[in-house]
Design a protein around this ligand. Sequence first.
Ligand code: FES
Ligand code: FES
Length: 158
Amino acid sequence: MPKHTFILNGKSTTVDVDDDVRLLWVIRDIVGLTGPKYGCGINVCKACTSHLNGKAFNPCSVRVADISETDEVTTIEGLADTADGDLHPMQQAWLEYDVAQCGYCQPGQIMAAVATVRKARAEGHEVSDADLDEIRNVCRCGTYSRIREAIKAGAKDM
Ligand code: FES
Ligand code: FES
């Protein structure tokens, strides 16, 4: 099988797998990081949201062959290492606002939150309600109002 190399949570990672295997299965089943969750597998639910070169992406919809050696993939497991402290400020805010219910969607929600704040700043403004409206991560437990409060609080410490 072909070998594919990319950077995963700061470490060069090589896997031996067919080109067409989607990155979510590589991360979960081959590497063994189960933070990015499987919900739909077709880029709809956003449960698998992670970062590709700092921006939100959904690894269930990306073939491993489409990722290059210099691409940096960050999952929830590696998020804290991108900031100072034991937890990323957004993870800390999640705890303070007691956001999670069943928890299934929450890694993806936090990764989407961080990417949304970064995107707003890259555009020259702080994260707004309009930015938050664009987050499409589904939460079957309906924790949306706590998610919004936590994102605003977490953004202040980012
Ligand atoms: S599992 Fe990736 S978007 Fe649903
Ligand atoms: S906390 Fe249960 S799906 Fe979001």
